[in-house]
Each structure stands twice: as structure tokens, then as C-alpha cells.
Design a protein. Structure first.
Length: 77
């Protein structure tokens, strides 16, 4: 079982069956459909790739904001 797949499956399924309750007692009696291992792996790789791209975009944004601030200080102060 892919950990990332399991995390998102439980996150999605738990909202459906238990709402925002903090107790997992409902999970014991629930049946979950597990996709084939290949699909779990594909899903996990896609999520990892998207998370990496999101982090890269966040880092680039922070870098550009710092550079902009430096330019503002250089030219206007």
C-alpha cells in the first residue's frame, strides 16, 4: 500500500463517513475499495511531482519578492 495514496484515501473517505469528528471508531466498521498497486503508485508519484512543483514555485516567489524589495530600496530610498 502506498502511504500517500492511503493518506488521501482516508482523508477523502473519512470526510464522507465521519464528517469532522476526531474519532476513528467509524473507520473500523467501514469497507474501503483499494485500487490496484500500479494505480496507487501512479497516484503517489503524481502527488509527489505536484508537491515538488508547488514548493519550487513557492521558493521562486519568495526569491522574487526579496529581489523586488531590494530594487525598491536601491532606487527609491
Amino acid at each position: 500500500m502506498e502511504i500517500i495514496f492511503l493518506f488521501y484515501m482516508l482523508k477523502f473517505e473519512y470526510k464522507i463517513i465521519g464528517g469532522y469528528s476526531r474519532h476513528f471508531r467509524n473507520l473500523v466498521s467501514q469497507k474501503f475499495y483499494l485500487t490496484p498497486k500500479e494505480l496507487q503508485e501512479k497516484f503517489s508519484k503524481t502527488v509527489e511531482m505536484l508537491e515538488n512543483e508547488k514548493n519550487l514555485a513557492k521558493n521562486l516567489r519568495e526569491k522574487y519578492l526579496l529581489e523586488r524589495e531590494e530594487l525598491v530600496e536601491k532606487y527609491f530610498r
